[in-house]
Design a protein around this ligand. Structure first.
Ligand SMILES: [Fe+2]
Length: 603
């Protein structure tokens, strides 16, 4: 698993994030790719059409998001989706596998995709060297993917190379060379862009969308989906929308538009389509030119949050299922989201105004919240942060280096202040005197004072309260104060306890030894305080869901969705959970279960 608190990873990911955001602003690659793969005239590209795949039978497909982190969980999920069936002869493998974003962690690169995503899927397809299904075009399931923020961290370069390699060249366009997509884990990639519209039986459609890093949807993408809704989809089609993150769950109720506007636009797009004048007339009963097409958004699928949570608004399901391999996210902080949106919900006509939106966590058939893991388990898992210093050793090493520099300056300050060495200065009669001396020394030179100020600002910056600056400052300053108390007392205690380790005739070496021990102890204590802060915030304030769980890199509680379109045109969703991921044992049996009873959406 990616060690998110490793300073090298933090620095590299931060840098990539900044660069990719800049590139996203100045050199969005989607438009160039769109230009190279112009929308084909109706009818839709047959390669995306599965509407007649299993006439009279069931059509199965899978949805898996946030894979490509550590080997154990990603390989376990790759194995699950590669099994012929999940329970006896029920729940057969999907004809399609749709990946919901963040196929690689921590940042996108050809090497990371190869090692963290392609390798486990390839190995799951050929566990003993023998393919699980014939390796030819006729038998290969198809693979589709939308990018999440982590896929965007190299400007989407590797994503395009891996998933969008296919090129369709029509006879009437004498340009380029037609080529097939790649084969990953025995599955054939089909798409040519980072978004797609695919036709399923029963007039169901899946739209996979690309919202870049900040929810920005490019114009060619809007054109593409408007074209699909107007020319490719039959009137009255039913839509499954795949997006990169649950905007409704992340929304700031005081400023909903910033996060929600793009998503709101996408979820309403199909429903706003009208019959174009130049579309070939269909069967009787089709709308006249200019009349609504009557498409209906039935289901929204997303990941980004690495847990399972079924949200509902009215009778529409908004499902978060990001358990494809990345570290677990908590569920106990989730609650009903209410806010006002500029536009009404899908299917409701209205001019821009203020429309109430309410997303609740669904109840399962047996009256529980549709969450995996459940709230109680999630809250219990948060206690793992008490071992923060043990789990995140490189972070503690970073603290050791910073405190080492800080104590070196304090030792220098002690000399200037005629206190001898730092060790001698802190060995006073009482704790109170030692604390006063310690902070006198901090403010003896501007450098140590500056380090304290920078640390306090860093803790405020780190505090997770995106919707309130005041709360963020309080959280950050409280954390800074906690760290200051822990480091001060630990330093004084260890320097005092180390008195006599080195004979008094060597005061310089006495200070070096005792201050080094104090620095080490402070780094460990500070790491423990960091873990306590994360636990407190996620347990009692519902904040730091990402930081408080990435710190523990929990591999278990994985999930994906298996979906069936029945012969009657109804959609049934089977949320599959994997409570325990085998550790370093590629052959250990897997024990998947239904997270909640299957969810049925009528035709
Ligand atoms: Fe993710």
């Amino acid at each position: 698993m990616a060690a998110w608190y490793d300073p090298r990873l933090l620095a590299a990911t931060g840098l990539r994030s900044v660069i990719s955001t800049l590139f996203g602003h100045f050199a969005d690659k989607r438009e160039a790719i769109a230009a190279a793969n112009a929308i084909q005239p109706a009818p839709a590209d047959g390669e995306f059409d599965y509407s007649d795949s299993d006439p009279g039978g069931d059509f199965w497909f899978d949805y898996l998001a946030d894979s490509g982190d550590g080997w154990n969980p990603t390989f376990a999920m790759a194995r699950l989706v590669a099994e012929d069936t999940l329970t006896g002869d029920a729940l057969p493998r999907g004809r399609l596998l749709i990946l919901g974003g963040d196929q690689v962690y921590p940042t996108a690169s050809v090497e990371d995709y190869r090692d963290r995503f392609v390798a486990p899927f390839d190995h799951a397809y050929r566990p003993d060297g023998t393919p699980r299904w014939p390796d030819d075009k006729a038998h290969r399931p198809h693979l589709y993917a939308i990018p999440g923020n982590h896929d965007w961290y190299d400007g989407l370069n590797s994503f395009f190379g891996l998933f969008c390699r296919r090129r369709v060249v029509r006879e009437e366009v004498d340009l380029g060379v037609s080529r097939e997509g790649k084969v990953i884990g025995g599955r054939q990639t089909q798409q040519t862009r980072s978004y797609f519209a695919i036709a399923l039986p029963g007039d169901w459609w899946v739209w996979g969308t690309d919202c870049q890093l900040e929810g920005y949807i490019d114009q060619p993408q809007i054109d593409y989906f408007q074209h699909a809704a107007a020319y490719w989809m039959k009137p009255g089609s039913k839509l499954i929308l795949c997006v990169a993150d649950p905007a409704w769950a992340y929304v700031d109720p005081k400023d909903p538009e910033r996060k929600f506007a793009s998503f709101c636009y996408l979820e309403r797009l199909a429903g706003l389509a009208r019959m174009p004048e130049d579309r070939e007339p269909g069967t009787e009963g089709w709308p006249q030119a200019g009349e609504p097409m009557g498409h209906e958004l039935k289901l929204v699928l997303t990941g980004d949050s690495h847990h399972y949570c079924r949200w509902i608004e009215g009778d529409r399901n908004y499902m978060v299922c990001g358990g494809g391999g990345a570290f677990l996210h908590p569920t106990h902080h989730l609650d009903t989201k209410r806010f006002e949106s500029r536009f009404p919900r899908p299917g409701v006509a209205g001019r821009p105004g203020r429309y109430p939106r309410e997303f609740r966590i669904a109840e399962t058939a047996d009256g529980k919240q549709a969450l995996f893991p459940d709230s109680k388990t999630s809250a219990g898992l948060a206690k793992g942060n008490f071992k923060f210093a043990l789990i995140n050793k490189w972070f503690v090493f970073l603290l050791f280096c910073i405190y080492g520099l800080f104590n070196w300056i304090l030792d220098f300050n002690a000399g200037i202040a005629d206190e001898g060495t730092l060790a001698q200065a802190l060995r006073t009669e009482s704790w109170r005197d030692a604390v006063v001396t310690y902070w006198d020394l901090v403010f003896t030179s501007p450098w140590s004072a500056l380090l304290v100020l920078i640390s306090a600002l860093a803790y405020v910056r780190f505090a997770d309260s995106p919707h309130s600056k005041t709360r963020r400052r309080i959280m950050g300053l409280a954390h800074a104060l906690l760290q200051a108390v822990v480091v001060t007392l630990t330093t004084i205690a260890v320097v005092g306890a180390a008195d006599g380790l080195v004979p008094n005739i060597h005061p310089r070496w006495d200070s070096i030894v005792s201050v080094t021990l104090a620095t080490l102890a402070s780094a460990i204590a500070s790491g423990a305080a960091f873990g306590f802060y994360l636990w407190f915030c996620i347990r009692w304030l519902g904040r730091h869901p990402n930081e408080a769980f990435s710190s523990m890199a929990i591999e278990d509680f994985k999930s994906f969705l298996r979906l069936r379109i029945g012969s009657d045109g109804g959609l049934t969703i089977f949320p599959i959970g994997l409570r325990t991921v085998p550790k370093n044992d590629d052959k250990a049996p897997l024990d998947p279960h239904l997270i909640e009873p299957a969810i049925r959406i009528a035709p």
